[in-house]
Design a protein around this ligand. Sequence first.
Ligand code: ADP
Ligand code: MG
Length: 291
Amino acid sequence: ATPTAIMVGTGLGAQRGVLFKNATALETAARIDTVVMDKTGTLTKGEPEVTDLVADGMDEQELVALAAAVERESEHPLAAAIVRHADDRGAPRRPATGFRSIAGHGAAATVDGRRVLVGNRRLMAQEHVDLGALAAHRDELAVTGRTAVFVAVDGRAVGVIALADAARDTAAAAAAALREAGVRVVMLTGDNEATARRIADQLGIDEVVAEVLPSEKASTVVSLQDKGRRVAMVGDGVNDAPALARADVGIAIGAGTDVAIETADVVLMRSDPLDVPVALQIGRGTRRTMR
Ligand code: ADP
Ligand code: MG
C-alpha cells in the first residue's frame, strides 16, 4: 500500500468520524465479505424500557420491587431499565444481599430472606424453576421483538418482565447497503431466538445467531473464518471484545464500552450503523488507488 493511499483513506474516514487505528485495518476492510453485527447497542439503541408485566400469584408492585432489588446490584442494561421502571412506579426499595451475576443468563440475590432470580429461560432451567403458564406469556412477548425475562422466588416462577429496545434509525439502511455491496450480514446476540428473529426481520437481516453466551461470541466469528469468510465484527459491549479481537476487522460503536473501543481496529464515532458500509467502501477505495 502506498503511504499516500493510506493517508487519503484515513483522512476520508476521519472526516466522517470513521477512525481507522492502523493501515492494516484499512487494507483488510477492502476484503471483508461478511459482517457480524451485535444486536443490543449496535443495531438497537441499547436503551431498553419495560413495556409489559405478567405477575403470577403476586401483585405487580411486589414483583417489580423484588426484581429491582436484585437488578440494582447489576450493571446490565436490562437491569438498569427494570430499576428505572420500579422507581418510576414507586415500588418499595428492598435491600438485597448475596448478589450474583450470571453472565448471559441473569442475576440472583437474597431479598427479605427469599432467593430471587431474574433472567432468561436458560437460567430458570439451570435452577430447575418450572415456568408453568409463564412460558407461553414469554413466547407471546418474544414474537413481538421484546426481550422477556423471568422472575423466580424460592424456586417458583412468579412473573415475566418484557422490555423493548428500539432499533437505531439507520440499522435497516446499513444492512441493505452491505447486501448491495455483496456482503453477507449476520446478527449475533445473547438474546433469545424469537426476539432476535423478529428484530432481524424488521431490519431485513436473514441470518441470526441467537442465545449465544458471552464466551461464545468469538467462536461464532472463528467458525465463519474457518469456512473461508473474511469477517468484520461490529459491537459495543464488554462481551463483544473477544469477537472484535478475533475478527479480521473489529469495528466498535463510539457510544460503546471502553473495552470495545480499545479492542477494535475501527471506531465509529457517530455510532451510526451506516458507517459500517462506509468503512468498507473507504477500504475498497484505498485498495483501488493502490493499484
Ligand atoms: P446481549 O448483550 O448479546 O444481548 P447478554 O449476554 O448480556 O446479551 O445477555 C443475554 C440474555 O441474558 C439477556 O437477553 C437476558 O435474557 C439475560 N440476562 C443477562 N443479564 C441479565 C440481568 N441482569 N437481568 C435479566 N436478564 C439478564
Ligand atoms: Mg451490545
